[in-house]
Write a protein that binds this ligand. Structure first.
Ligand code: BV8
Ligand code: ZN
Length: 241
């Protein structure tokens, strides 16, 4: 496996999806065929789904909190931390994952674009989102306003991503244009937007685009290079300094 030869004159924007956490034991969305208890994930992970059945939605997230509490980062997460330490501000990691494993591995130049599993917020008042690892059998009520139901601090289908995150990616790509730019997508099926469109943004910034994935993603044709296999096995060699 020839390394990508990423020296300090190269800027690297990384996008990760559920596949990078698979070797840590967290099932991917495709792994469950996008279904959970026979509900399409898009239905459960949505404001409509939460309004219709907050108990069901809290069961979905509580189960994932219980499963994700005990898992550890794998060599794929760690290879990205090493690369960040080598490249400094020429590195930026955007993850679609809400499992917190990049943070646990030590990533700092990180944007959790779809939110955080272990953070809750009130669906009604403006109390700040807060760290919450609890599993709930019934939807918890906010003790600050006493009215709203708590919800996971997660971007659901049909909800907008944080403008600041998308702005930071644009700025990074504009700054990076002076030198070699590499866009690396890892463990993502390219099914969910706007994350799946980042490869096109990178191409506009003249980036060399790489996909490391267990199978050809839906948007594999948008990448210059496709390396098939497991992130935990491939990334350490591919990103070696
Ligand atoms: C938005 C949080 C603007 C939930 C997630 C109607 C109205 C509004 C928007 C839309 C609409 N119709 C469509 C859209 C756009 C929609 C969308 O893209 N839908 C899809 C289904 C077509 N997007 C949105 O709604 C986004 N917001 O557009 O706002 C807006 C607003 C209002 C009105 C109009 C527009 C919000 C998207 C965020 C949704 N939230 N997560 C939660 O996690 O509980 S997305 C959710 O799915 C996960 O976060 C995850 O990121 C994503 C699944 O993608 P992947 O991470 O890629 O995971 P997947 O399992 O699919 O693939 C894993 C891959 O890994 C596989 O390819 C596999 O081969 C590979 N793999 C497996 N093992 C390994 C491996 N690779 C390497 N190594 C291994 N070991
Ligand atoms: Zn409240």
């Amino acid at each position: 496996m020839t390394p990508l030869l990423l020296d300090a004159t190269t800027s690297v924007l990384v996008l990760t999806g559920a596949g990078i956490s698979a070797e840590s034991g967290i099932p991917t969305f495709r792994g469950i065929d996008g279904l959970w208890e026979n509900h399409p994930v898009e239905e459960v992970a949505s404001p409509e789904g939460f309004r219709a059945d907050p108990t069901l939605v809290w069961r979905f997230y509580s189960q994932r909190r219980v499963a994700a509490r005990t898992v550890q980062p794998n060599p794929g997460h760690r290879a990205l931390v090493d690369l960040e330490q080598r490249l400094g501000d020429r590195f930026l990691l955007a993850t679609q994952n809400v499992d917190g494993l990049h943070r646990k591995a030590g990533s700092q130049r990180l944007m959790e674009m779809h939110g955080q599993l272990f953070t809750s917020r009130c669906s009604r008042c403006a109390r700040p989102p807060f760290h919450d690892e609890k599993a709930y059998d019934l939807p918890p009520r906010c003790e600050v306003c006493g009215e709203g139901l708590l919800r996971p601090h997660i971007v659901w289908f049909g909800e907008s991503l944080d403008e600041g995150d998308l702005e930071r990616i644009h700025r990074f790509l504009i700054q990076a244009r002076t030198g070699r730019v590499v866009f690396l997508a890892v463990g993502t099926s390219g099914a969910v937007f706007p994350a799946a469109g980042l490869v096109d943004l990178a191409r506009q910034a003249r980036a060399e685009t790489w996909l490391v994935n267990a199978d050809p993603a839906e948007n594999v044709g948008r990448f210059d290079h496709f390396v098939q296999g497991k992130a935990g096995e491939l990334l350490p060699a591919l990103l070696a300094g």
